[in-house]
Write a protein that binds this ligand. Structure first.
Ligand SMILES: Cc1cc2nc3c(=O)[nH]c(=O)nc-3n(C[C@H](O)[C@H](O)[C@H](O)COP(=O)(O)OP(=O)(O)OC[C@H]3O[C@@H](n4cnc5c(N)ncnc54)[C@H](O)[C@@H]3O)c2cc1C
Length: 553
């Protein structure tokens, strides 16, 4: 398998099981950090930890990448994280980029939308890319990093941990085709998916709302001249009283989601003879004629919005689908899971180095539980709007859609799935926000916005210039128009000046930072703002850094 492999080669690829010396050890070998699950979240986390210099053992009970059709929409923030992990370019080169969409009601176009009307960003609002490609590029990147050891067909069967304490350990029993073996770990990241065996091993559960509706996914290969946009139909003439969603994917594959209702028979609906007339009728509506197609994949899904009460149990942190689940509308599953991974990676790294107390990991749980609640709220609202649960809610929903035909204010109430944006970690204990008097959205807790800059006279992007691992400070100054005076990495060895940057003449970046002469932004290793000042002192910055490391005052 390589970065140029096609979809079939990737889906058929199987990773070899290899016997590890741990299986012949006389006592359980110890690992600083074990990541369980090589899905998009576990792979992203393992890469991030290894790039920060941590030795990682990555275990997966399978030997293949994601099969069938799962995630396709990967959001701007996820791409920015993957840029830092060295795979963003591969994802974007293969994926199809999109910012635009259309919402239809019945026969009519209600309104078009643009998810990224602002210019001056390197990455689009979204790319569409089959999950198996995304996992393949992550697996290839992981294989490039000597600090990651991936063991396929290694299934965690049991897990026990010592009472909480600085020297505590987690004991894992792992099953393989050649029998079981034990290991110990200082920290475990459970990225083992929605059914999470590790969650059950710790006696935990995910609770929330299970929805009574079914959707058919049909991935079809066809040559059509349609724009690369998200198209969503409420109650179209070709699929009365239900909704339909259309997305372009790479390789001339199109994802169509047909709402079926709870009473639909999943086995019947997956049959090609049932799918053919549905797709023909949709293409008739979209293009005025049916198009020959090949059915690549069909499945029927149901969904739930739920989460674990706490994402951290002793030395085990849960990330991705093991910790939380949402409906697919809004593309929040893998996208939020990759943000979990990024949040956990820098904190685990600093704790493992002894540069931060164990308490920093508690903030992984509180920050990402907050983000999960936001995702669950958005996903639940979208699901309620798309699949009204009573005649009265349907009447209200349809009245809103009718209004939206001519009244822009009503369009804000239409919810065909508010698409994934990163959480702003309002109220995080790691923020210093008490004296914040700035305009704009880059409040403490928010991810830093990208913008055009120049290095050595060459145009490039701000996020690409931030240090890969440490805290950093952006200092603006200038007599009238503020310029980015310095970018400094705050590392264990002290302050490291980074390459001088020049904000592009467009002024976009300066505006996003609401910069005045003297402005200083302090950024966390995951590119989130943790503090900003109009005029900062060394004492201010020191105190904010201690706070961002969860060091008690
Ligand atoms: C129809 C559909 C459409 C979706 N669309 C989108 C979308 O457009 N955008 C988006 O962001 N998300 C989407 N999602 C959600 C997305 O697919 C998931 O959120 C994502 O796969 C979660 O990744 P993960 O790494 O947490 O878990 P998984 O991908 O489930 O990976 C878990 C891994 O853990 C391994 N494992 C399990 N148990 C063990 C064990 N005991 N020992 C070792 N390994 C173990 C498994 O083999 C697996 O490899 C969609 C989901 C569906 C079903």
């Amino acid at each position: 398998m390589s970065y140029s492999s096609d979809g079939a080669a990737i889906q058929n690829h199987s990773f070899a099981y290899a016997r590890s010396p741990d299986q012949d050890a006389s006592s359980p070998p110890h690992h600083p950090v074990v990541v369980v699950g090589a899905g998009p979240v576990g792979l992203s986390l393992a890469i991030d930890l290894a790039q920060r210099g941590q030795r990682v053992l990555l275990l997966d009970n399978d030997h293949r990448l994601s099969s069938g059709s799962r995630a396709i929409c990967f959001a701007k923030r996820t791409l920015e994280i993957w840029d830092r992990l060295g795979v963003g370019d591969a994802m974007c080169a293969k994926g199809v980029e999109w910012n635009l969409g259309k919402v239809f009601f019945g026969d009519d176009l209600l309104y078009p939308f643009n998810l990224l009307p602002e210019t001056g960003h390197q990455r689009p609002a979204f790319i569409n890319l089959q999950q198996y490609y995304a996992e393949a590029y992550l697996a290839l990147r992981a294989a490039e990093l000597p600090l990651i050891e991936t063991r396929w067909k290694n299934s965690v069967m049991s897990l026990q941990q010592d009472e909480p304490g600085a020297e505590g350990k987690v004991r894992l029993e792992i099953d393989t085709p050649e029998g079981p073996y034990p290991i110990t770990a200082s920290h475990v990241a459970a990225c083992d998916g929605s059914r999470s065996p590790l969650r059950a091993m710790l006696g935990q559960e995910s609770t929330g709302r299970v929805f009574r509706d079914r959707f058919l996914i049909a991935d079809v290969r066809m040559q059509v001249e349609l724009p690369t946009e998200r198209w969503f139909w409420f109650d179209p003439p070709f699929h009365r009283n239900q909704s339909v969603l259309l997305h372009r994917q790479p390789d001339n594959v199109w994802r169509i989601d047909f709402q079926l209702g709870w009473d639909a028979d999943p086995e019947e609906e997956k049959k090609p003879e049932r799918i053919q007339p549905r797709v023909d009728a949709m293409m008739q509506q979209a293009l005025g004629h049916a198009v020959p197609f090949e059915l690549e994949w069909a499945s029927v899904y149901t969904f739930a919005c739920q989460r674990m009460q706490s994402f951290k149990h002793g030395r085990v942190c849960f990330a991705g689908d093991s910790a939380h689940g949402v409906s697919p509308f809004g593309a929040r599953g893998a996208n939020s899971g990759v943000q979990d991974a990024e949040n956990l990676a820098w904190k685990l790294d600093l704790v493992l180095r002894g540069a931060a107390p164990l308490a920093l990991l508690e903030t992984y749980a509180s920050e990402r539980e907050f983000a999960a609640d936001e995702n669950i709220l958005n996903s639940t609202r979208a699901t309620d709007f798309i699949t009204p649960k009573s005649e009265i809610s349907r009447l209200f929903r349809d009245a809103t859609l009718d209004l939206a035909r001519n009244h822009p204010f009503a369009r804000r109430l239409v919810n065909s799935g508010r698409l994934s944006v990163p959480a702003t970690l309002h109220g995080s204990s790691l923020n210093t926000a008490d004296r914040d008097t700035f305009q704009g959205q880059m409040v403490p807790g928010s991810p830093v916005a990208d913008g055009p800059v120049e290095v050595d006279g060459q145009p490039c992007w701000l996020l690409r210039q931030l240090p890969a691992n440490g805290f950093s400070a952006l200092i603006f100054d200038g007599p009238q128009t503020p310029a980015l005076l310095a970018m400094i990495e705050i590392a264990a060895e002290g302050l490291v000046p980074l390459k001088p940057l020049v904000l592009s003449a467009s002024g976009v970046a300066a505006e996003r930072f609401d910069a005045l002469p003297g402005t200083l932004y302090l950024l966390r290793p995951d590119q989130h703002v943790c503090a900003r000042w109009r005029q900062a002192s060394v004492v201010d910055v020191g105190a904010a850094l201690r706070r961002a490391l969860a060091v008690a005052a």
